[in-house]
Design a protein around this ligand. Sequence first.
Ligand SMILES: Nc1nc2c(c(=O)[nH]1)N[C@H]1C(S)=C(S)[C@@H](COP(=O)(O)O)O[C@H]1N2
Ligand SMILES: [Mo]
Length: 316
Amino acid sequence: MKCYTTSSQGIAKKGVEYVVDCHIGEHLELRDIAHLRELVESALRRALAIEEPGTLLFESNEPIGASYMLYKFNLKFKESLYVGVRVVVRGRRPTRILFTVPRGVRIRVKTPISKYEPAIQQPTPQISATKAAHPPGQVYISYPVIYSILGVPEVDASKWYLSVEGEVNEPLKLTLRDLYELGIKVVKTDFHCVTGWSVGGLEFAGVEVKKLFEIAGLKPSAKWLFAESLDGYTTIMPIEDALSENSIVAVEMNGKPLDILHGYPARLVVPHLYGWKSAKWVKRLVATSEYRDGYWEALGYHARGRVDLEERFKQD
Ligand SMILES: Nc1nc2c(c(=O)[nH]1)N[C@H]1C(S)=C(S)[C@@H](COP(=O)(O)O)O[C@H]1N2
Ligand SMILES: [Mo]
């Protein structure tokens, strides 16, 4: 078992100081809930130095797509201190155990802290149009479920601008009007959430991410696109996915300016990746040379998140 420690600004907003993510390397078959508890307890002993014994309370299990189950526990200490526990199980195989450690809990990390290095197949396999038509493990619904894990931010569109920065020659600051003046592309696409729902035939309109980075002058050292939103939400994807032809900074959905709940004034839309990569209320697009976890990536979700390859959780 290999563990690494991570954090992310959005997670901090939820009171979580850091996440310890343990990758169960060996191939195990889950027998029952008692087995699951044993695994959590052994991961705990390995990864964290806890001064007092806690009680492991089962909270819930939720299916993620058709092949994953996410089990949640709370490790309760005296008073009201909890360490959150998430176990990712694919089929019957437990693959990761994550501990979300809140601020103020005196817990040391025991395992050597190694940085997560995503092993992503390069170059990215071609997106298959036929496969993408009905991606594995998805169920179609009629309208996208609205998510705002960190709340809906207050937006003053007259003060808002998009910052394009990082590994570029000329950082950009673009107002909403600037974006319109760059030329708007309409992208008709299905949209897929990692939790298993898809919506067909949405129409987004916005500026190609590729165009923005062409203007800014992307440096060859850029390997990742890290996106930051007004609410503190963050996400990351390989730069080549961000630059793919249908990736846009959308300002409209179905022929109207984005609704505030869908990310007004602007959001990313990267249709071939799961929805969590399509950051709403986007504020900064940062080209980086190094990988770092965004909000959901810090909770075990995939560094790339290709829908047709079912990249829901980190596998490496
Ligand atoms: N800022 C921000 N962006 C976000 C999210 C969020 O909670 N906050 N949720 C993500 C997830 S998980 C999905 S599936 C889509 C959902 O988009 P919608 O709320 O417009 O349906 O937004 C993504 N972008
Ligand atoms: Mo999602």
